[in-house]
Design a protein around this ligand. Structure first.
Ligand SMILES: *Cc1c(COP(=O)(O)O)cnc(C)c1O
Length: 374
């Protein structure tokens, strides 16, 4: 039986009635852009992330872009971030003609290495942007301490980490801004694109609200140069139905991860133990396991073996940002960030972090994995 990487229909089935009702209500109302369902969902996200303000936008990518815009990031400014992340982290910086200054990752968590940040700070450093990769928060205390000392704001790319906590604090509540994505495969997924910017700062929240509607307030009076980036009412209505289930779904993913960790540790393949490294979650972190990521030396052989046997898997991410051709102006080259480059070669995201109704992931996956010739 094939095991998909992510089976969203299992999550959808039990709540389809509720979702249909929510969509119908928006269709009856015929107001599709922003409006009451978005305002309601913004309040719900603000409460669940423990922040004062949440602003619904069109995507996680736009959330990053708008947060940078709200801090006046301009051509030539530098933004410190990690090269081992989804494209959008770097894309948002490049869109503003700013420069991403990369810092390598901690090989255990795959998140930005805090002890390498300070050496990269220059007078042009405008923002520090850690990413909470795979559902686990970056090590925020040392990052916030450095940022505070240099008076540089921190934007959290929390696109993969809604509901994750660091020392009991919610992802997206620790920096000046938190940026979330509701892309369907995120832990809280819409039926399309969607995103959210969170902040404790009332003036900055208002600025993002203005920037998302072309910089106009009142309507047709433009004090700022904004963009068109709003959350749809239908998406917000769907997300409001799903939000109450989020912690339960994420706990199920964590349960699946524990099952796999147990199955994969000490796994024997003939005479040799299979050297797979299971995810390391720092003790102060609660991960939402947006991805369950193994590290293995002969990754491509494992990838081929799993694919052949119908086990869904994916590489997140095969090329670190400093080696992406479209970012060549930042002059990154092979060898610049050895841990990121190594992770790009050695990691494989595995089913089943799926939020399926069953808390037990595929039993066949450990057996098939054990058959890999590594
Ligand atoms: C998904 C993601 C984004 C972008 O979100 P979209 O909603 O797809 O635009 C940004 N950063 C990271 C780390 C992501 O995983």
């Amino acid at each position: 039986m094939p095991v998909p990487l992510l089976d969203l229909s299992a999550q959808y089935r039990p709540i389809r009635g509720q979702i249909a009702k929510a969509i119908d209500a928006v269709l009856d109302d015929q107001r599709f852009i922003l409006g009451p369902p978005v305002e309601r969902f913004e309040r719900e996200v603000a409460a669940s992330c423990n922040v004062a303000h949440a602003v619904g936008v069109a995507s996680g990518s736009d959330a990053l872009l708008l947060a940078l815009m709200a801090l006046n990031v301009s051509p030539g400014d530098e933004v410190i971030t990690t090269p081992y992340t989804f494209f959008a982290t770097g894309g948002a910086i490049a869109r503003l003609s700013a420069k991403a200054v990369f810092v390598d990752i901690d090989p255990a968590t795959y998140n930005i290495a805090p002890d390498q940040i300070e050496g990269k700070i220059t007078p042009r450093t405008k923002v520090i942007m850690p990413v909470h990769l795979f559902g686990q928060c970056a090590d925020m205390d040392p990052i916030l301490e450095i940022a505070d000392r240099h008076k540089i704001p921190v934007i959290e790319d929390a696109a993969q980490a809604i509901g994750a906590t660091y020392k009991g604090r919610q992802a997206g509540s620790m920096g000046i801004f938190g940026c979330f994505s509701f892309f369907p495969s995120k832990n809280l997924g819409a039926a399309g694109d969607g995103g959210m910017v969170t902040t404790q700062d009332t003036a900055l929240a208002e600025k993002v609200r203005i920037l998302r509607v072309h910089g106009s307030k009142p309507k047709y009076y433009h004090s700022l140069l904004g963009i068109n980036s709003r959350l749809d009412a239908i998406q917000a209505a769907i997300l409001s139905v799903k939000l109450p289930y989020l912690s339960e779904w994420s706990e199920k993913r964590a349960e699946n991860a524990r099952f796999y960790n147990q199955q994969f540790s000490g796994m024997k393949n003939g005479v040799r133990p299979l050297r797979v490294v299971t995810p390391y979650i720092a003790p102060h972190n609660q991960s939402i396991y947006n991805q369950y990521v193994l590290r293995v030396k002969d990754r491509d052989a494992l990838l081929e073996h799993l694919k052949k046997n119908g086990i869904g898997c994916e590489i997140y991410y095969p090329v670190p940002l400093h080696l992406q051709p479209c970012f060549s102006e930042w002059k990154g080259k092979e060898g610049d960030f050895p841990q990121s480059e190594k992770a790009a070669l050695e990691t494989i995201a595995l089913t089943d972090s799926s939020p399926a109704a069953s808390s037990i992931p595929s039993e066949s996956t450990p057996r098939i994995l054990a058959g890999a010739k590594l």
